[in-house]
Write a protein that binds this ligand. Sequence first.
Ligand SMILES: [Cu+2]
Length: 267
Amino acid sequence: MFVKSAIPLLLLPSLTSLTLGHSFLEKVWANGVEYAAWDPNAGSLGTPYPNNIPSWYTTNVGGNPLKPVKANTNDIICALNASPANISIPINAGSALTVKWWQAGIPFPTSHWGPIIDYIAACNGPCSKVDPSSLKFVKIAQRAWIDNSTYAEGFWATNQMIASNGTWAIEIPSGLKAGEYVVRHELIALHVAFEAIGKGPYYTDGAEFYPQCVSIKVGGFGTKKITGGVGAKSLYRGDEPGLAINIHTTPNHADYVSPGPAIWWGA
Ligand SMILES: [Cu+2]
């Protein structure tokens, strides 16, 4: 009994540092304008959600991951207890929405090898009023394994984002029809993805999902309309080949297949 109660105390320092090592968006850039992003840590200390931030509200203190068990819950849409941003920032179709991940002095842990995937969904009206579970997402970009350098697991998109000081550029599809959209930008960490091997869908452990949403407003005269998207709760099960995988056996993952749907025709 005494031994058992001592274990959580011994684990506490390492769990605390892991929590601080996860991440969320610090800044966003669109059409040359810099915006602050929502800081859930400040929120937990009483800072109210501002009215001039394009990244969605969440209560995800510490920027913690979602596990496969959450892949069919509302939290997978735009992070824990997310609700829409109050503003949608102007951006030209065909230009980049750039985001920056940052928490506690680093972008993200280098040990969290994995893909970076971007989705977009039409709000069909103001994104500030949208019901998150009504959003139908299409995939507009994905980058996963890059080469066999640097680590025993190879060099992945998350490593590239870290090497770029936490920044990542998301190209908004050229010719996209004018309107408001939610960009769902996501890191997936695979360092413990092996835990889900052979466990079936929505297992408690396995790959880690870090979704972040940003509301944008596209102008112009584009004609590409989003059709055929899926709700975020239908993107992943956790037992796909790209999510139930041991990445520690080789630095060569040239055969890696990113999870989720195919890239949208209009991207
Ligand atoms: Cu982690």
